[in-house]
Design a protein around this ligand. Structure first.
Ligand code: 13P
Length: 246
């Protein structure tokens, strides 16, 4: 496997943090801190900060993403946001299937797949989250990608996030992260062939921080990170971006 064939992506998942005013302040610190990065930099913010984030990141190397999207185009779905609405705002990425959505909001493998397809159809790039055991990760990956074309895979990133590592300060060892990220790439290879597997970015997420990023990102199948807590601090996020830029 050749790491040079794919993009390293460091994505911040802000979760339910930061008002739009606070987001503007954080972005003001992030812009200089990740300027000149040698990897792709993404911040995924709550819906209420997206407008501000798109405006402030324009002309910088920071790409903006949402944390969820509904699968229908429009209609009577109170409180939901469609992929078209995100595209219209200038949003480029969206996370789907985060374990917190699966755990607290009854997200299933089927709805993850529907959201991924709707987002791709609207032109978004999708970060599909999978987690738990290696066997489940294989199944979650397969179901999430049902009906997604090889061409659309150019806009799909897969993030391996072991649930026990999220927000706990307990990170997977670099060997564990490598093993599961390699298993995910193998599934992508089974579904789409070797070339697509080699070109697909597979991230690790779960308590990644400035201190452990180097070791995790050194692994051949770990192409970046999906960062929660550490993405809310410009210096910590900047250090992870620097680690991925080596
Ligand atoms: P933490 O980095 O806070 O563990 O969160 C990881 C995560 O869930 C990113 O989506």
């Amino acid at each position: 496997m050749n790491k040079a064939k794919r993009k390293a992506i460091i994505a911040g998942n802000w979760k339910m943090n930061k008002t739009a005013t606070e987001a503007a302040a954080l972005i003001g610190e992030l812009v200089p801190s990740v300027k000149g990065a040698g990897c792709e930099v993404v911040i995924c913010t709550p819906f209420t900060s997206l407008c501000k984030a798109v405006e402030l990141c324009r002309g910088t190397n920071i790409h903006v993403g949402a944390e969820n999207v509904h699968f229908e185009k429009s209609g009577a779905f109170t409180g939901e946001i469609s992929a078209g609405m995100l595209v219209d705002l200038g949003v480029e990425y969206v996370i789907v299937g985060h374990s917190e959505r699966r755990q607290y909001f009854a997200e299933t493998d089927e709805t993850v797949n529907k959201r991924a397809k709707a987002a791709l159809a609207a032109g978004l790039k999708v970060i599909v989250c999978v987690g738990v055991t290696e066997e489940l990760v294989r199944m979650q990956t397969k179901i999430a990608l049902q009906g997604v074309s090889a061409e659309e895979m150019q806009r799909v990133v897969i993030a391996y996030e072991p649930v026990w590592a999220i927000g706990t300060g307990r990170t997977a060892t670099s060997e564990q992260a490598q093993e599961v990220c390699a298993a995910i790439r193998k599934v992508v290879g089974e579904l789409y062939g070797q070339a697509v597997a080699e070109a697909t970015t597979v991230q690790y997420g779960g308590s990644m921080n400035a201190a452990n990023a180097d070791e995790l990102l050194e692994k051949p199948d770990v192409d970046g990170g999906l960062i929660g807590g550490a993405s809310l601090k410009a210096d910590a996020f900047g250090a992870i971006v620097a680690a991925a830029s080596k």
